[in-house]
Design a protein around this ligand. Structure first.
Ligand code: ADP
Length: 733
């Protein structure tokens, strides 16, 4: 069988993801390989498929017992014979497993590194035909990787002692050069093919929010994200307990996890979440390693984490199945204080590195740049876009405030204080504080003393933080950083360069879909999806595996879009391979058949054109309620908003989404056609494509909706040229 055939037959996927086919080809050529791919990119398939093609057995070394079990469960579910050896096995299970291995019952054996170099295992390796050794989480070999495991360093010794050297392949999500070099050297890879895919996780919507009340924000967020899995990370155990209690009181099905709990309650809690018995996990960063639950739809950081590496790793636990997911970071000044406290009390030493990392994540929270490009640049990539149009900064309406005068005041105050003091004292002087400290340095006689007295001290500090983040001010030092002028300050002080704050006033586009993968983002029948989820839970319970191992959410969503009622159409669903179809197909097909009958859904309408834009769902969600009122009842957006007790903006978005998904809807009646030409021109002229800038070029009567429509008719998620988007308006008018 070819790699493509195995991908379809066992895993149920039609196409390889970026890098997969390339690395598989090199492995099949018997070359050592190192694959550096972000979490969720699909590293496992890169060695699992060659494992099925090679004649002999593949040994997978993996550091985490829980991951091993999930991996073996998943493989068995798709019909690939696999097993694992680690300390969780009882003596008799262990002996039985070894016996089965000798009898050639498995193609893949997962093993913990500590077991790999036991004498029994080595003699077994020499006896068996081992085609390949795959090392997962290979960064564990490096002291510079975040989870160094000394036992990983022994792997290469064992490999070189084998009578016949198998192909050695390794995978990690850690991309730094030093870790990469260590992996090649310490695993003794022979002339390896190295593949690094981009670090972008395209299905993740990044968002930074600075709500006045995090509690309210969270409750509102959860109200909009019911019945789906999500993780809420908090920085302390106390906050975990508080958030957990509150959510329980509000009736949510919640688990919690932190190091202060007993091992037993942690493990129950984790299982409840992984098995979908609870929807929400509130946890410290102790939770997550070794969990590859693929259907986590959001990760909220209730507190700012300590650095961007941890943030990207933790946030990356969302959307491993490739379906859209949200990563929200809730920022407040208090988080900076807590983090400084945690750094100071963590261990002895200068903490320079930790402070630098803290400053970098604070900058991420303050930036008005595209968040995705900020992250990618941080990890050393050069993004091929300025705006991803899929993060809260790109998708917010930006209000521009000119703060040149305030910036000048702050910069000259820092200069007059000889660039030797921290933000607190600078803010005091600008505010005109009568504190003893201000007086003792004689700062109350500076010309900048009290020149910002109309602002609160916090506002002045926020402005200072902004100027630091944007490169006007340098923050030097660790524990008590002092402020000094940075390069850009000169232009502001001496050549009247404008300083503007772009403030997010409201998100105008919601993360309703992936940027690229339109197929997965078609509207699905939510009622059917819920029914299929219940079926999946029952099947998972019977088989004693987590539900996402039976079918990923994306598979169920596609079933709820295309209503497959026979074997052939079921096989077209992503993630349904022939083995799973044989095992579980009947129950899912029967359920869908019943549903289709009860709701009188015409199969041909939805199944025959799975990838065209014309397959409006037979039933759907709240958006279609708005759609019905708009088209069938002829109500205006304003009237629908009143009837449904929703904002006009929401209704506009519902209708735009319906239009986007190919539903036949005439929005022309709601569009102000008097300014058609002006709108085209403005869109064409505006380089950034930002709505606010386009609106500013147009008369006041033109609404955001008038501008959004031509943009929506093109994919708003792609990095687009305004030129093309204007054409799409034409058929509507
Ligand atoms: P990683 O180890 O890189 O974090 P996994 O190997 O766990 O990622 O894969 C993440 C998810 O992506 C899994 O649910 C897997 O089945 C799915 N996946 C992998 N390759 C493909 C593909 N070619 N098409 C669709 N889904 C895929």
């Amino acid at each position: 069988m070819t790699a493509n055939e195995i991908l379809k037959k066992y895993f149920g996927y039609d196409n390889f993801r970026a890098g997969q086919a390339e690395i598989i080809n090199h492995i099949l050529n018997k070359e050592d390989c190192l694959g550096i791919m972000p979490t969720g990119a699909g590293k496992s398939i890169c060695y699992q498929i060659p494992a099925m093609i090679f004649d002999g057995i593949t040994v997978v070394i993996s550091p985490l017992i829980s991951l091993m079990k999930d991996q073996v469960d998943s493989l068995n579910q798709v019909g690939i014979p696999a097993t694992y050896i680690n300390s969780s096995l009882t003596e008799s299970d262990y002996l039985q497993t070894i016996q089965n291995i000798y009898h050639g019952m498995y193609k893949i054996i997962c093993v913990a590194p500590e077991r790999f170099f036991s004498d029994t295992f080595i003699s077994m390796l020499n006896f068996l035909d081992i085609s390949m050794i795959a090392i997962d989480e290979a960064h564990c070999v490096s002291q510079w990787g975040h989870d160094f495991r000394p036992s990983y360093c022994e792997i290469s010794k064992v490999i070189s002692s084998l009578s016949k050297r198998p192909v050695v392949v390794s995978f990690t999500a850690t991309a730094t050069q030093v870790v990469k070099d260590d992996i090649i050297k310490l695993l003794n890879l022979q002339n390896p093919f190295v593949l690094t895919t981009g670090f972008d996780r395209e299905n993740l919507y990044f968002s930074v929010q600075t709500p006045e009340s995090k509690k309210d924000f969270l409750l509102n967020f959860l109200e909009d994200h019911k019945n789906i899995s999500g993780i809420i990370y908090c920085s302390t155990r106390k906050t975990v307990d508080e958030v957990y209690e509150r959510l329980c009181n509000y009736g949510y099905k919640v688990s919690r996890y932190h190091a202060g709990m007993s091992e037993k309650s942690r493990s129950t809690s984790q299982d409840d979440f992984v098995y979908d018995r609870t929807e929400i996990m509130v946890a410290t960063n102790a939770f997550g390693m070794g969990i590859d639950k693929s259907n986590v739809r959001y990760v909220i950081h209730y507190n700012m984490p300590s650095d961007l590496e941890s943030y990207y790793q933790e946030a990356g636990r969302a959307g491993r199945d490739g379906d859209k997911a949200e990563c929200v970071l809730l920022f407040s000044r208090a988080d900076v204080v807590t983090n400084k406290f945690l750094i100071e009390h963590s261990s002895e030493g200068s903490h320079t590195n930790e402070y630098q990392k803290l400053n970098e994540i604070v900058d991420y929270c303050n930036t008005s740049k595209c968040l995705r490009s900020y992250i990618l640049e941080y990890f050393g990539e050069v993004p091929n876009f300025d705006n991803c149009n899929f993060c809260s900064n790109c998708n917010s309406q930006i209000e521009i405030t000119d703060i040149t005068v305030d910036a000048k005041k702050i910069l000259s105050c820092i200069k007059r204080m000889n660039e030797r003091f921290g933000a607190g004292l600078v803010a005091d002087v600008l505010k005109g504080s009568k504190s003893a400290k201000v007086k003792s340095f004689g700062f109350d006689s500076l010309s900048t003393y009290g020149i910002m007295s109309e602002y609160s001290r916090d506002t002045i500090r926020d402005l200072i933080s902004f100027l630091v983040a944007e490169g006007y001010i340098k923050s030097i030092g660790d524990k008590y950083p002092i402020l000094a002028l940075d390069v850009k300050a000169v232009d502001v002080l001496f050549s009247d360069t404008q300083v503007v704050i772009k403030k997010k006033i409201e998100r105008i586009l919601k993360p309703e879909k992936n940027r690229k993968n339109d197929f997965e983002s078609l509207p699905f029948d939510n009622d059917l999806f819920e029914i299929l989820r219940d079926v999946r839970s029952d099947v998972a319970e019977e088989n004693n595996v987590p539900p996402f191992i039976i079918f990923a959410d994306v598979s169920l969503k596609q079933m709820s879009t295309y209503y497959p009622t026979d074997v052939d159409s079921m096989l077209k669903i992503s993630g349904v391979g022939s083995f799973k179809l044989e095992k579980y197909g009947d129950i899912f097909i029967e359920t869908i058949r019943d549903y289709v009958k009860v709701h009188d859904i015409r199969k041909a309408d939805v199944l025959e054109k799975p990838k065209t834009k014309n397959n409006a769902p037979a039933k759907a969600d709240t958006k279609l309620v708005s759609y019905e009122l708009f088209t069938k009842d002829g109500k205006s957006i304003k009237e629908i908003a009143e009837i449904r007790d929703l904002t006009e903006r929401t209704i506009e978005q519902h209708l735009l989404d319906c239009y986007e998904n190919g539903i036949d809807i005439n929005l022309a009646k709601e569009v102000n056609t008097n300014f058609e030409d002006e709108i085209y021109n403005a869109i064409n002229r505006c380089n950034s494509g930002k709505l606010r800038e386009i609106k500013d070029m147009l008369p006041d009567e033109v609404s955001y909706f008038d501008i959004k429509l031509p943009q929506a008719s093109h994919s708003p998620w792609a990095v687009d040229s305004c030129q093309d988007s204007t054409k799409a308006l034409l058929p509507l008018m």
